[in-house]
Design a protein around this ligand. Sequence first.
Ligand code: NAP
Ligand code: GLV
Length: 306
Amino acid sequence: MRIAFCCTDTRAEPWLQGLGQALPGAVVEVWRPGAPAADYAVVWSPPQQFLDEQPGLKALFNIGAGVDALLRLRLPKGARVVRLDDAGMSVQMAEYVCHAVIRHFREFDGYEADMRAGRWSFRKPRSRSDFPVGVMGLGVLGARVARALSVFEFPVHGWSRTPRTLDGVRTHHGRAGLPDFLSSCRVLVNLLPLTPDTRDILNRDTLGRLMPGGYLVNVARGAHLVEEDLLALLDSGHLAGATLDVFRTEPLPADHPFWRHPALTLTPHTSARTLRDESIAQIAGKIRALEDGQSIAGLVDPVRGY
Ligand code: NAP
Ligand code: GLV
């Protein structure tokens, strides 16, 4: 069995070693143009030439949860596309989002500023019932985040494409369910995949439907957000702030207005990182299952886009 490794911006050596150990007998190599075609591929943002040189590929394993970049390419016919299915990401995402929501709700950013100014001052306690949180996307990551937020007793709403039920979460679905979902929330967390249906979904109209003093946490993809609409809603006072981990252009350009906006908290696309050992174990397990003719979780539907 040949496994090609073709991941941009990723140090190959530990992956080759880990995959080789988990799949004894497999030849695991970094792809070079003209190399023999592989049975399986482990990829992140591969060049089109790599895919064009893989006529007999059985499956492409994306070493991230989001497959938007991969699905923009022409894929080899018959190859399954497999995304990372948690592999240690959902707990990181739950940490990140709960931290962002609690930091905003408890005004810890204000206390940090007070501390730096040597100021001892109390803020009035706020009521959780005034801070309903909405989670867009109730998949592997969104469901975990919604559950984690409900542990902190925030009223939690969730929105998905098809109907979902989750303990402790009021769920909504489909385009028809979107206005009700948005108007029920003050804090909005985006965990949707980027697809033609969800591109630009965070815009003046949708964000404008949040309760006054709304707050956005975008941890999915930068292209979900219309950046100038966010700035306009912050400047009008309808939104109180946002925590953003993803951007239309990454790295965020040095002259981007987000860097200097006082109501924004920015991180460099780091809310849920790919964990190498967990990912190798998951991919190797799935390759073994496919070789044994078994079904696997985490298959992407290229038509649906996630
Ligand atoms: P997932 O398991 O595929 O879940 C996707 C969820 O979105 C599902 O609940 C799905 O609805 C819903 N959805 C899709 N299209 C929709 C639409 N048009 N309208 C309403 N709901 C829709 O994905 P995941 O593993 O949770 O990951 C979500 C995204 O997080 C990834 O695609 C990636 O972009 C992002 N991500 C970011 C980072 C980071 O570090 N910032 C890390 C990992 C992932 P159904 O339940 O009805 O199918
Ligand atoms: C990261 O953004 C991922 O999709 O895994």
